[in-house]
Design a binder for this molecule. Structure first.
Ligand SMILES: C[S@@+](CC[C@H](N)C(=O)[O-])C[C@H]1O[C@@H](n2cnc3c(N)ncnc32)[C@H](O)[C@@H]1O
Length: 298
């Protein structure tokens, strides 16, 4: 892996995941009514379903807001979010509530299928320069779309990638900032082979010791933006491939059904939808053809 030293004069401070939640301090209680108010708000805006067993999780993730604002109850906090006309409080709430677990090369069968079957098929059908559009919907901190980019670089002639773009969206602004930076602790790239680590990452030095950064050729294939999947999609062109993995598990059946049908609408004919290995389109009314477990085609 090449060594690099970036940001030597402008010392960028690496965010280690936000302020500590006050270990050792007493957490305020959350009543059932307060939990219901907050979970209803999250459901209305992000489609995320928080069952009663998530009460403690909500309490621990939101306590920092009560502390920072010196509020005495979750009801007071709820009122603040509700009456905030800037919308920032709601964004912060959704950032704190959404679960962002992800990894490079997560669920490898999808990336193997992409590199060994799907891209060669797309390439064969392509008479001129590929103009493909990929979308990582619910991309978290970027590991998924960057892995897609690496598969593309590994499979294609680099000059054939000029018209190819991976769009990557999430509701959570904090993970999007991390994704945009493309800097990760070294341990995060362990799922990748040593060869890929060398080829697609630069190793940090000085204040970035212990971190790696995705190389520009990987980064430039990916475009990050904030999108709430509950909102109308803003796209003018259709996609060839959509990855929406480990996102729909947080939604109820009706929300999943609506979303899957929205994906169908914004795919090109024969476009592909990949969902997470623990997810399924069973019991959902849709028009996709089943290709393999968790892989569907329009
Ligand atoms: C568990 S992560 C999955 C990340 C990646 N797709 C993977 O499989 O590794 C789920 C992501 O979905 C995002 N998410 C949840 N609800 C969303 C919504 N309504 N709109 C957009 N993104 C959402 C979360 O912020 C989170 O980053």
């Amino acid at each position: 892996m090449a060594h690099f030293a970036w940001g030597k004069s402008r010392q960028t401070k690496i965010d280690q995941g936000g302020a500590a939640s006050g270990l050792g301090l007493v957490m305020p209680d959350i009543t059932e009514a307060e939990f219901n108010q907050l979970s209803q708000l999250v459901y209305q805006h992000a489609g995320i379903h928080l069952p009663p067993q998530k009460k403690e999780l909500v309490r621990s993730r939101l306590t920092k807001f009560l502390r920072n604002r010196k509020l005495s109850s979750f009801h007071e906090y709820y009122q603040q979010v509700l009456h905030d006309t800037t919308g920032l409080e709601l964004i912060n709430l959704l950032d704190a509530i959404s679960t962002n677990m992800t990894a490079f090369w997560r669920e490898p069968k999808h990336f193997e299928f992409l590199g060994q079957e799907l891209l060669p098929t797309l390439k064969q059908k392509c008479k001129s320069m590929p103009q493909w559009r990929f979308w990582s919907a619910g991309c978290s901190s970027g590991e998924e779309p960057y892995t897609m980019a690496m598969v593309l670089l590994n499979t294609m002639n680099h000059k054939d990638l000029n018209g190819v773009k991976i769009y990557a969206s999430d509701i959570n602004t904090q993970v999007l900032n991390q994704a945009q930076r493309g800097i990760y602790p070294m341990s995060r790239v362990e799922p990748l082979s040593p060869e890929w680590r060398r080829r697609y990452f630069q190793r940090g030095v000085n204040q970035f010791e212990g971190y790696v950064r995705v190389k520009p050729e990987v980064k430039q294939l990916v475009e990050f933006f904030r999108l709430n999947l509950m909102d109308p999609f803003p796209f003018k062109q259709e996609f060839d491939v959509i990855f929406c993995r480990n996102v729909m598990i947080y939604f109820e059946k009706t929300t999943q059904t609506e979303l899957v049908n929205k994906f169908y609408q914004c795919l090109k004919p024969h476009g592909y939808l990949f969902i997470g290995h623990s997810e399924s389109l069973c019991n959902i009314s849709h028009q996709f053809a089943y290709i393999k477990p968790t892989i569907y085609r329009k």
